[in-house]
Design a protein around this ligand. Structure first.
Ligand code: EPZ
Length: 421
């Protein structure tokens, strides 16, 4: 296994360019299952989860060609409808093939995703909605067995909770269903908006894109003709690098972003006394004379993203005063706390609320363990301002969602190296 060694408190300066969004690209790859033509996808992030999803498409009988950040996918040749445990256990987003496979073939089997480090993460809302669309769902031997002998039909879906993955699965299923599907309390994330636009580019009528009410007119076509597209920039990767600039109190320009997608992150950084310059495709974090504490509640888009919670906790350890973070989406998303304590942070947990007693320059380098994707990025941030060297173990978590993290950090002066254990 590999680990990262970071020497803290190095002078940092420069610009970082953001890659395509992992959480947009994953459902978009699943969406290619609905298409009869080969699709060229540009700005595809080179991260482990994307490679896993492409392998899943291949296991189903599809093909893909990769050339730098362009991937051409063809799924006409798909002849299998089982997403097996070996793939699903490594990446729960595999559940996103359920809707498209069922809509296209009228049957499929998908290994039931187990819990993960950040929570139980059930998929009951996905299954309930598909049943409302006429699917018969059984759980057998750890697999979701779904059939729709008459094909899926449009339905009115009211999600009990806002679910990103659930909205994506039903959006894709509805595209080939007979009649109209209405999704109420749909997720509004930018990743959902892009999925809607890509499906709409194939002639599927979708009303309410970007709102919590989506109305999808299913087509009676067997398959869609999806146009080539470019993946939107990764707002969470961008937020993470904005925190690199903030925690090191450095002027840092982040390029290839959509500032609109970063509003909640920008507003919290401004509350912490940072000035953020926004330009058309970039944001620049300016140093401040005092990092102020902040109170954060994680919620669905456009509110403050849970995927930025850990990074802001690391930043709050350097603020002058007491911050609080209330994690409302996942019941177990504070695994980074014990590792930040190892670096010398002062954090108290009470259920899903963390209280951070911040003070600049109080962290000291040591060995820490990554536990999930975003928790590991918080450890990288803390290591940037910790005295001496920090070794971050189990960095395969990082590789799942951050493209070339060392290369990007080294390019702005961070002393970071990857080693084998
Ligand atoms: C997506 O996960 C993202 N993953 C997550 O990012 C992100 O944290 C999450 O949305 C919330 O923004 C991808 O896009 C691949 P949900 P998803 O369904 O779709 C509960 C990262 O770091 N729920 O919106 O799995 C669920 O347990 C990852 O990149 C049900 O109860 O999230 C959670 O508490 C981590 N039943 C809440 O809803 C269901 O059927 C939101 O989950 C579905 C969800």
């Amino acid at each position: 296994m590999k680990y990262l060694k970071i020497i803290g408190n190095k002078n940092i300066e420069g610009e970082i360019s953001i890659s395509g969004a992992k959480n947009a690209a994953l459902p978009l790859i699943a969406c290619t299952i609905l298409s009869k033509n080969k699709i060229a996808i540009n700005n595809m992030p080179n991260v482990a989860d994307i490679n896993t999803f492409l392998r899943l498409i291949e296991k189903l009988g599809g093909t893909y060609e990769k050339n730098k950040d362009e991937v051409k996918i063809s799924t006409l040749s798909i002849d299998k409808t089982t997403a097996t445990y070996d793939i699903v256990k490594t990446m729960r987003a595999s559940i996103l093939v359920l809707g498209p496979l069922l809509a296209r073939f009228g049957h499929c089997e998908v290994s039931l995703p187990g819990g993960c480090a950040i929570g139980q993460r059930p998929v009951d809302l996905h299954l309930k909605a598909l049943e409302q669309m006429g699917a018969i769902i059984e759980i057998k031997n750890g697999y979701i067995q779904a059939t729709a002998p008459q094909g899926l039909k449009g339905a009115k879906i009211v999600f009990d909770k806002v679910t990103v993955g659930g909205t994506e699965n039903i959006l894709m299923a509805a595209a080939l269903a007979k009649g109209t599907t209405t999704i109420i309390n749909a997720a509004k994330e930018p990743e959902i908006v892009q999925l809607c636009e890509v499906i709409a580019s194939a002639g599927v009528k979708i009303e309410g894109i970007g709102t919590s009410k989506l109305i999808i007119e299913g087509t009676d076509k067997k398959l869609l003709e999806i146009q080539d597209f470019t993946v939107i920039p990764d707002r969470i990767e961008a937020g993470t690098y904005m925190c690199v600039g903030a925690i090191t109190n450095t002027k840092l320009k982040i390029n290839n972003v959509i500032p609109l997608h970063l509003e909640a992150i920008i507003s919290k950084l401004e509350e912490m006394n940072f000035e953020i310059i926004q330009e058309e495709n970039s944001v620049t974090v300016l140093p401040t004379d005092e990092i102020k504490p902040v109170n954060i509640i994680t919620t669905e888009y456009p509110g403050f993203p849970t995927d930025m919670q850990a990074q802001f906790m690391a930043l709050a350890t350097q603020a002058n005063g007491v911050s609080t973070i209330d994690e409302r989406l996942f019941e177990n998303r504070f695994m980074h706390v014990s590792e930040l304590l190892r670096l010398g942070a002062d954090i108290h947990l009470n259920g899903n609320i963390a209280t951070i007693n911040g003070k600049a320059g109080t962290l000291n380098g040591t060995d820490v363990m990554a536990t999930d994707l975003r928790a590991s990025s918080a450890l990288v941030l803390a290591a940037l301002v910790a005295q001496g060297e920090t070794n971050i173990h189990r960095i395969y978590h990082l590789d799942r969602g951050y493209e070339d993290l060392e290369g990007k950090l080294s390019s702005i002066g961070v002393d970071v190296k990857r080693f084998n254990e």
